[in-house]
Design a protein around this ligand. Sequence first.
Ligand code: DC
Length: 228
Amino acid sequence: MSKKIIITIDGWSSCGKSTLAKQLAKKLGYVYVDSGAMYRAITLYFLRNHIDWTDKKEVNAALKEIHLDFRSNEQTGDSEMYLNDENVEYVIRDLIIAEKVSDIAAIKEVRTFAVAQQQKMGTKKGVVMDGRDIGTVVFPKAELKIFMTADNAVRVERRFKEMYEKNPNVSIEEVKSNLEMRDYIDSNREVSPLRKADDALVLDNTNLTEAEQLSKALAWVKERVKTK
Ligand code: DC
């Protein structure tokens, strides 16, 4: 597999996009980009600095103060989100951020800011990027587009387990209502709503193990690299 391609993975919250994206990137020697982490880091900045995000001027001024980059963790090899040189990889996974991030990600200026940086990261190809609009807006010409989905109950259960490990006070109801709210906002917003690109391949992983979904995706990669 010598020719490098761009792989986009879009889909609902908590259906395993980042797990698959990370595994694919590792297997193929590609760069993994978690575009959601960028919206989360912007949200963190807005909350910390009490930015009124209904005010365009304030949003634009705030965006000028934000520098985002991904750096590799020397121990784990995982890519981590940095906001103005601070490692925010852990704090952006908080429920406080999850409760606000869909509102922030719906702002046109915020999306223009993030998408421009995401597109730059893809100029050399060899990238796996996950998010909501990657196959439709960020890389509409990507060689392989995957749209992931899974049953709601399975998604809630998975996200609950993940959050419970960090915070045992979290309830399954809280997680469920947050997921439902984010899915609603993400797929109904005016700018770049979540939708399947016409040429995306659907991967429903409700009944698949991680190994099974990886081998399915790798078969698609093989096919696309050949036919490119
Ligand atoms: O993938 P995630 O849950 O970390 O994403 C956090 C939020 O960011 C999600 O609610 C929607 C938004 N998002 C987006 O609008 N576009 C992307 N490309 C990625 C994420």
